[in-house]
Design a protein around this ligand. Sequence first.
Ligand SMILES: [Mn+2]
Length: 326
Amino acid sequence: MTDTAYAGLLVIGDPHLEGRQPGFRKDDYPEVILGKLKWCLDYAVSYRLLPAIIGDLFDKPRDNANWMLGRLFDLLAGEVIGLYGNHDVHYNPELTEHDSFSLLVKAGRIKLLSADSPWRGTIGGRPVVVGGSSYRQPIPSRIDPLETNAAAGPPLGIWLTHHDINMPGYDEGWIKPHEIDGVELVVNGHIHRRLESVQAGKTLWVTPGNISRRARSDATRVHVPAVLQVEVTADSFTLSHVTIRHQPYDEVFYEAVIAETTDSSSSAFVTGLAELQARRTASGAGLMEFLERNLNQFEPPVADEIMNLAMEVTANVQSENGNRVV
Ligand SMILES: [Mn+2]
């Protein structure tokens, strides 16, 4: 498909692909999340949208399962643009040849956007520039007009980011939404829930949230996995959140079973352990939570030793993430 046929963009938030089960997910996460990405890419083809991944394609930057990388090479068959997020890089903030994401860039499966290398083309019959700043890369204050195709009129400027943006409902952000000269729309990844958009001068800042639900938290419970469809119109654009088919929250996550207890006797500890064993998540999620709540009943050297052992065990699980755990 040539870019002249594009009607818009499909912005895909933080897929966090992983070859093993994260946290308290109880479904077959590796397959489910690849399936979601496939759904997004198929949807993009059906509606003539250029797919754009706004960082954290992977959950772990390295040692990703070969079968998963192979599937990705098949899935990313058409034109796809994107950024790397903090989860895609091992030594923040640079992408290196050791990180899986770099393979996809090298193979031309993803065009990595940067300030120096934006995507340029025609969308909805208009010239469009889509630039991007990967994790910790500076967000420019303007698109240089010399860089734009003046003959075809001013392009629609879109910028993608993977940053801690200070949006309503997310106060960990250190970058305030601001006007960027020549950019009408900024779409930010990194924040895993959909937040209210902020108009800063001529620039609209949008946080669509991610397509997967990773953490078992209240925020996740209300988050509806969706992608952001940006339809380019003659003089502007329209935005819509397209819900991705997903299972109910309770079918995706184990129920929280570790009740707060004031009883610090070892029998409560043992009961808690038995519950943990019954739940047995692939990543050892719940174990740390359990230990943090219960270790205070032991002498510090004993508590430290238990914690060290637990960390060793869960680190081993992580290093084995090339093996699928089902
Ligand atoms: Mn993320």
